[in-house]
Design a binder for this molecule. Sequence first.
Ligand code: URA
Length: 208
Amino acid sequence: MGVVVIDHPLVQHKLTLMRRKEASTNSFRRLLTEIAALMAYEVLRDIPLHDVEIETPLETTVGKVIDGKKLVFVSILRAGSGILDGMLDVVPGARVGHIGLYRDPKTLVAVEYYFKMPSDLAERDVVVVDPMMATGHSAVAAVERILELGPRSVRFVCLLTCPEGIATLQGAHPEVPIYTAAVDRGLDEHGYIVPGLGDAGDRMFGTK
Ligand code: URA
């Protein structure tokens, strides 16, 4: 499966608006939510459907529905919440998990401070969301914690990544597909994606 770059024109247009340093906190957050909803169409393309009998105003027929409860969106705090909101807009019945991870600024290694998941992951498909997959360390840490619980499947969704992040996650877990809106050039000396868009959490919440 590998890496799926979601190159739909609407996604690419909104991503360019987000990258601009002039984008306000409000518009950055709104655009991220909108992009996430658009990305959900591709990320969830192969989720199972089942038949239900329904009554239209004219007759009985059989329609197809997803089982939202079998989906779990796992947000890596804190920036994951922007993607989470957009995905919940299109699948409001999904369950939600949270993982708190911060990057040690010296080692760039992911340190866990919070973990809360729905029960019975064995019956559920998990979509891990984090806007920026930079070194890939947080992604690997999150995926490994979730795999311990034996989910039916795991996929990873980010807005931006780079070759280093992809190599780290695919090296550790080649079975986990990666969905992204773009693969940027690389990382700077502080572990930021370049050209990137800066610190996604700070830009979403206006904390810098
Ligand atoms: N986290 C961010 O918010 N931005 C980056 O560029 C890398 C990690």
